[in-house]
Design a protein around this ligand. Sequence first.
Ligand SMILES: Cc1cc2nc3c(=O)[nH]c(=O)nc-3n(C[C@H](O)[C@H](O)[C@H](O)COP(=O)(O)OP(=O)(O)OC[C@H]3O[C@@H](n4cnc5c(N)ncnc54)[C@H](O)[C@@H]3O)c2cc1C
Length: 427
Amino acid sequence: MKKFHTVIIGGGCLGTASAVSLARHLKKTNGNPASICLIEKNVLASALSIRHSGIVRAANADNVAAKLGQISTDMWNNLKDIWGVEIELERFGALWIAAKDENSTNPKWDQLAKDLKSIPIKFKKINKDAALKICPDFINLFDDEVFYHEPEAIQLDPAYVRKGLYDAINQSDVSFFEKEEVIRFKKDASDKITEIITTKHVIKADYVINAAGPWSSSLFSKLGIAVPVSVEPVFVVNWLNNLATHKISMPIIADYVNRAYFRSWRDGEIHMHQPRKRGIHETSTTFADNPLSVIGADFINDPVNQIQNYSQIKQYEDIAHKRFKNLDHAVFSSGYRSYFDITPDLKFILGPDNKIKNLIHCLGSGQAFKFAPVFGEMMAQYILKPGLLSQYGDSFSIKRFDKTYMKNFWKKVNGKEYSFYQENSAL
Ligand SMILES: Cc1cc2nc3c(=O)[nH]c(=O)nc-3n(C[C@H](O)[C@H](O)[C@H](O)COP(=O)(O)OP(=O)(O)OC[C@H]3O[C@@H](n4cnc5c(N)ncnc54)[C@H](O)[C@@H]3O)c2cc1C
């Protein structure tokens, strides 16, 4: 039987970050980095962690998430210190666009700017002329819109990140079991996991980190605990244009008028997708529709579920035409259907489980790539020595989804309490 200090289940960006941070901290204190074991049932970063947009920004309606986003942005900028590797990144900032109301402003967004200033995060309202100045000349901005600039937002290429994750694992001496699936657990009378049973090994560990993303709900139902994670499908399209030879410094465009994120992609392409749906009614319906608890999240990787349909691409084309002058003769380059991992309140699940004593959760909720370095460090603090990051993590404990919360949540799913629609959640 194999024995490890900590086993991390799931080799996405969050599980890998957790493994690397733990191993590097152990190494620094003369511990054994190989006593950290990362288990991935397919290959590294092959699920949600390869189908994202590589955007790292701090702006967030939840103040703690915003602070964590800020710390994480610093970590991405100094990744060598955190993971021992460097990954190429682009610092083009982000332009947020929202609709003006009848008073020519947008109180909700102005409030967000105020909240972020108090953290402090650079997120400033700018006028249309200033917004035009930070954009390439092929972007349309309109008089009935308001603009906010987040200069420190950065963007990475998910393919480079994936290579960086492999490099970080190799350099940190983590024991990495790839193409090996955790299938069940044994626990003792004191509710501690005593054995992790995989397709190849039986493993003992002092601690277990759950970084299995949307697979968590089916995997941990075997231990009798409910991890409320579901998935929401979203389409991604990359548009080919005539910018292949240009180095475009285009800010990330968070377009809340047309509900789309845009960024420059490889070879000058324009990459776009829609954001998560925010309404509690829509979120709860996603939970009701989703078969995760029965069959797990494997359908995400089924090619049949990654195909786009014509009407969706056409809809994206219409949105892209409104915002980009140069997409008038654009050609569909590539696209796929991806999935947001979501929780009932669209916030992360972090920190110790409230029933299983040696289990710690590290789950995202549709916006977690950017937090990978900070969540990795946070997991190291939970296990090795509590600190500021684990304190922040406590705001996202699984214990908030207690029986009363979930009872009310399911009422919304059943359509009895759609008034909760106003409870729009985090950005
Ligand atoms: C279109 C789109 C764009 C996005 N853009 C951004 C963005 O710009 N910035 C951002 O911050 N976020 C973004 N996100 C969100 C981001 O992709 C996810 O939040 C993040 O990738 C989640 O990472 P993860 O490690 O939790 O999950 P995953 O990458 O899904 O990792 C979980 C892993 O666990 C493994 N696993 C599951 N069960 C087992 C088992 N039993 N045994 C072993 N292994 C197991 C799986 O194979 C998988 O590899 C985007 C999402 C979408 C859909």
